[in-house]
Structures are given as structure tokens and as C-alpha cells.
Design a protein around this ligand. Structure first.
Ligand SMILES: [Cu+2]
Length: 196
């Protein structure tokens, strides 16, 4: 008997909700709370995007740069003798690499910690990915396109540079060595190299 009257009560409540005028729309307090949580999360996501974009300077890839993967050896930038680490006249460091089954060439590079380093990569064959663990250096290397990543390594050390896109039977062995040296050691070695 008790149950019966309960049911009647809820039924009439629902009926009242259905007949309510638009102006007096009834929202359950629990539902209202979840709506606020949903809008709150959207607010958090927008704030995170704005923070990373405006304050941290993180942005999606900009200009699309293409390259003929089959003719890298004849290209201005990715010919074998142009690969490796270069210090540009403005003091910035650029690393030019070719990803090919199964390695990143040259196989060993030496770069400074504590200053931005720009990587430029092109694939000579299939799709590869590049990733330096414990850092935010990572991107896909799509045949026909130049991948550019600029990052700063906070700590000196030895890091592997791994392929993280399956590229064939030797994919597991596709890695090269990155040595990050302190600013002092970097400046000492560049001064030695240029004879200053
Ligand atoms: Cu690969």
C-alpha cells in the first residue's frame, strides 16, 4: 500500500514537470550540479589551452614544408655532408637528421643543454617517429615532409633517440645516441673547433 502511494506521488511529480511552462523549467539539484561540473571542466580545458598557447608558447605545426624523400641525397639541406649539428651565425643550434630504416643519421649527435635546439628531420623511406625519452622532443617523420621541433634540454646527459612508429622488421633497433653537454663544455668545444 505504501509503495503504491509513493509511485503515485512520483508520477504526479513527473506530470507536473511535463506540464511546466518553459519559464519555470525544473532542473533536479543533482543534475544542476553535474551541469556545473561539465561547464567547469570545459572552462579548465580552455584555460589549459590558453595557458600553453600564450604563456608556454606551445602551438600546432605551422607552415607545411615538403621535400622529395627519394632525392634527399641530392637536396640542399638533407644531403649526407650537410647532416648533423650546426651552430648558426646568431648562435642558435640546428640539428639536421635523416630518418631511414633503421636509424637516425648521423647516429651520434652532441648538443648543448639550457638553450633552444632546433631539429629538422626528413624520412628517406617510410613513416617514422622520433622520440627522446624523458624530454618533450617527439614528432612524426612523414615521408615527403620536413618535421621541425625546437626544444631545450634542461639537463646534460646521454639520451637515446628512438623511433616510435613501427617502420619494419628492424624498428626495435632504430635508435641513435644524443649527448647533451653543459653550456660550459659546449662553449669550450665550439671555441676549440673554431680556433678561438
Ligand atoms: Cu622507424
Amino acid at each position: 500500500m505504501q509503495n503504491d502511494s509513493d509511485q503515485k506521488h512520483t508520477l504526479s511529480d513527473d506530470a507536473r514537470d511535463l506540464m511546466a511552462l518553459p519559464g519555470e523549467l525544473h532542473i533536479d539539484p543533482l543534475e544542476k550540479r553535474w551541469i556545473l561540473v561539465a561547464f567547469g571542466l570545459i572552462g579548465v580545458f580552455i584555460a589549459a589551452i590558453l595557458y600553453t598557447a600564450l604563456i608556454k608558447g606551445v602551438s600546432p605545426p605551422g607552415d607545411m614544408e615538403t621535400v622529395d624523400s627519394a632525392r634527399l641525397h641530392l637536396s640542399e639541406e638533407f644531403a649526407e655532408d650537410k647532416l648533423g649539428v650546426a651552430t648558426l651565425p646568431d648562435g642558435s643550434v640546428r640539428v639536421t637528421l635523416v630518418a631511414a630504416r633503421y636509424g637516425f643519421y648521423p647516429r651520434e649527435i652532441r648538443i648543448p643543454a639550457g638553450q633552444p635546439v632546433t631539429f629538422r628531420l626528413a624520412s628517406a623511406d617510410v613513416l617514422h617517429g622520433v622520440h627522446i625519452p624523458m624530454t618533450n622532443m617527439g614528432t612524426m617523420v612523414v615521408p615527403g615532409y620536413v618535421s621541425t621541433v625546437t626544444t631545450t634540454f634542461p639537463k646534460p646527459g646521454e639520451y637515446p633517440m628512438l623511433c616510435n612508429e613501427y617502420c619494419g622488421m628492424g624498428h626495435d633497433h632504430m635508435w641513435s645516441k644524443v649527448t647533451v653537454v653543459s653550456q660550459e663544455r659546449w662553449h669550450a668545444s665550439t671555441a676549440q673547433a673554431t680556433g678561438r
